[in-house]
Design a protein around this ligand. Sequence first.
Ligand code: DHB
Ligand code: FE
Length: 279
Amino acid sequence: MARITAGATMSHVPVVGRAIDTDQTGTDYWKPAFAGFEFSKQWIKDNLPDVIFLVYNDHATAFDMKIIPTFGIGCGEEFPPADEGYGPRPVPTVKGAPDLAWHIAQSVIEDEFDLTIINEMKVDHGLTVPLSLMFGKPTEWPCRVIPFPVNVVLYPPPSGKRCYALGKAIRKAVEKFDEDLNVHIWGTGGMSHQLQGPRAGLINREWDKSFLDRLTSDPDALARIPHIEYVREAGSEGIEMVMWLIMRGALGDKVEEVHRHYHVPASNTALGHIILETR
Ligand code: DHB
Ligand code: FE
């Protein structure tokens, strides 16, 4: 039987990827941001999963205004890095896990979450930066990855409540898969940030800390946060954090926080990272 044993969340700021690609992680500016991932890089080596179910958002890269799925699931064999304007990042092509992905699609759709099935897609910084933060610069990613893009770019995005419930359906699906696989689920994006308009550069440490605290202790309360509160308190791009609730829903009731890192600023955002193990 497959099982979800751990979850991780992390911001996916594109310049963080650039710092890794150009070996700038040890500079005065970047050192404290990356220091918080030293634990995580060792932890993932010691707890390497077979598959990462990676919840992220596409930033008008694979999808443009023509078609934007609310929830998509990558069922293909592989997903190459996208060109976001400066050429593709020099990172390996992501290898998918089609058998598990199709199984999850079947189970979750039967549970009335209408996923879009994606067989071919390029993946942007939303997916590749978290992999680089955890694995550094390998020639191949050390495990398979199921990309799970969520629309948080164009209103209306899904509610936190819907995302949390979807996470629970994903857990149920994984536990019904008839192969002995260790699966991790990651929720990426966040934390508070706004990239445009008069409030560009907004960072709200108190709100971020409270979100991180409640991710372990009171996810039901987080699931009740309405869109307007994300926008008001965490900035227009803070809405990315609903994706963390998919991860949290998939971890079940009992989790232990084994690592946390919060750093301000990374570019003009708050960088937040947490690792939860199921108990
Ligand atoms: C930036 C872009 C993102 O997608 C994000 O989540 C955080 C920051 C940026 O362009 O700085
Ligand atoms: Fe983003």
